[in-house]
Ligand binder design. Structure first.
Ligand code: SIN
Length: 475
């Protein structure tokens, strides 16, 4: 396990000598002490990135592509070791850690393919006075701030297109999960990424670190995945330098079950949309709106499935619900459930912290929730499913849209036209129609409203890491 900073292709301690204690959320115990980068370390990382980037950008796209492809191969080859690290510091069950690695590796392969297809455009002005040649050079140095819930995939989702387009990167992984990021830095280096292009600088001083990194004159872009509150604050700071940015922020995904839904399929989808990574995803189903005609059946079946999920440490066999990230998260979930019950809702299953060491909360279903209830307002980020009944599809759509968030939504119903009509009325960037899982490196992940700016993945993703230049030419 690497525990030092990775700057300019070398491993080093943080300038201040401080370390970050990394906890196993399944036990609450410290599993590693990782060097904590200072603002000066962040500056050194941007210096290294700025020095390395021009030569990288000049290389043929095919060379960059082949290094990304080799990174994909190595990530698969080293999947067992990486999965063990993810489970140890993040808590998710080993099978889900393996699933995350497949997802993370696929961003490397997808962007290996996309990086040789960055194309421009040639057109004539309407007057015929000149031709216009549009091209997409790399942005330069990109600072990335990544979250703890997908410690591998949220790095490759940013680093792969950034490198593919010819940029250099400086990454601040979440303080909870730096070990995965450092593992990936080594893997990318072994795959052939030259020194300086991927710098990983964990820190327990995020504010000063970020000020130094984005205040550096060579930084041209920042890319963030995390909460809307933090994203908004970082964007306000980066506005001082008018940095290009992508923001993948919070969600509050509605899960709508229409009267004609196949309830068994809807429950299967709900289990994925709710319980993937113990409910700790920004696309997690956060609010269930279920037509009254199927509400009892849906609630009973969902409660049966939820109560059958095995809660435990990610390394234990058969576990479907690992720990949440911290003791504070357990407290927050508990307070939220208690407040819902105090306002008239009913716990059908779960409802409490699980009685074992570590940070566990029982898979929970709450029924009888009113459409204006407080529990529907914020991201739950845990294994809790509040259910609201509706009688009229228009109400479900209006309630689903009654939020500043606009990341994802789910719809279950057998009439495809009706489902697609509702999908088009939802103010979100992504819809799962009769699916509880929509994320894929080949699709443009991202949100509307305060859920973010820009898209990651798909054909769109790599262009986020490019500038646009045109040349007006005569010949
Ligand atoms: C996230 O929770 O930030 C990402 C979820 C996904 O990629 O599916």
């Amino acid at each position: 396990m690497r525990t030092q900073l990775f700057v300019d292709g070398t491993w080093r301690d943080g300038g201040g000598g401080a370390t970050i204690g990394v906890l196993d959320p399944a036990t609450g115990e410290t599993i590693a002490d990782v060097a904590s980068g200072t603002p000066e370390d962040a500056t050194a990382a941007v210096d290294a990135a700025a020095a390395a980037q021009p030569e990288w950008a000049r290389r043929p796209a095919r060379e960059r592509s082949e290094i990304l492809r080799e990174s994909w191969r190595l990530m698969n080859e080293r999947a067992d070791a990486l999965a063990a690290i993810i489970t140890a510091e993040q808590g998710k069950p080993l099978a889900e850690a393996r699933g995350e690695i497949d997802y993370a590796a696929e961003f490397l392969r997808w962007n290996a393919e996309e990086s040789v297809r960055i194309s421009g455009r040639l057109s004539s002005t309407p007057s015929g006075a000149s031709r216009v040649l549009v091209s997409h050079p790399p942005v330069g140095v990109v600072v990335m701030v990544t979250p703890w819930n997908f410690p591998a995939a949220m790095i490759t989702r940013k680093v792969a297109p950034a490198l593919g387009a010819g940029n250099a990167t400086v990454i601040k992984p979440a303080a909870e999960t730096p070990l995965t990021a450092l593992f990936i830095a080594e893997l990318l280096t072994d795959a052939g990424v030259p020194p300086g292009l991927v710098n990983v600088v964990p820190t327990n001083e995020p504010g000063p670190w970020f000020d130094a990194a984005i205040g550096h004159p060579a930084t041209r872009m920042f890319s963030f995945t995390g909460s809307t509150a933090v994203g908004r604050a970082l964007q306000a700071k980066s506005a001082q330098r008018v940095l290009k940015s992508t923001l993948e922020l919070g969600g509050n995904a509605p899960f709508i079950v229409l009267a004609d839904a196949d309830v068994e399929a809807a429950v299967a989808g709900a289990m994925v949309a709710k319980m993937r990574h113990t409910g700790q995803t920004c696309v997690a189903a956060n609010r269930f709106y279920v037509h009254r005609a199927v509400a009892d059946e849906f609630t009973d079946r969902l409660a049966t499935e939820m109560s059958a999920v095995v809660v435990g440490a990610g390394v234990e066999p058969g576990v479907g619900c690992g720990p949440v990230i911290s003791a504070a998260a357990v407290d927050r979930l508990h307070r939220t459930v208690e407040a819902a019950v105090a306002s008239g809702a009913k716990v059908v299953t779960g409802g409490s912290p699980a009685s074992r060491p570590g940070f566990f909360f029982e898979p929970t279903v709450i029924a009888g929730v009113e459409s204006g209830a407080e529990i529907l307002d914020g991201e739950l980020f845990g294994p809790v499913a509040p259910i609201v009944c509706f009688d009229d599809d228009d109400d479900a759509v209006a309630w689903a849209n009654a939020t500043e968030m606009g990341l994802a939504a789910y719809i279950y119903g057998q009439d495809l036209a009706r489902g697609l009509n509702i999908a088009e009325r939802l103010q979100v960037g992504m819809v799962g129609l009769n699916r509880g899982f929509m994320s894929d490196p080949s699709a443009p992940f991202g949100g509307m409203k305060q859920s973010g700016l820009g898209r990651e993945g798909g054909a769109e993703g790599i262009y986020e890491f490019c500038e646009t230049r045109f040349v007006a030419a005569d010949w």
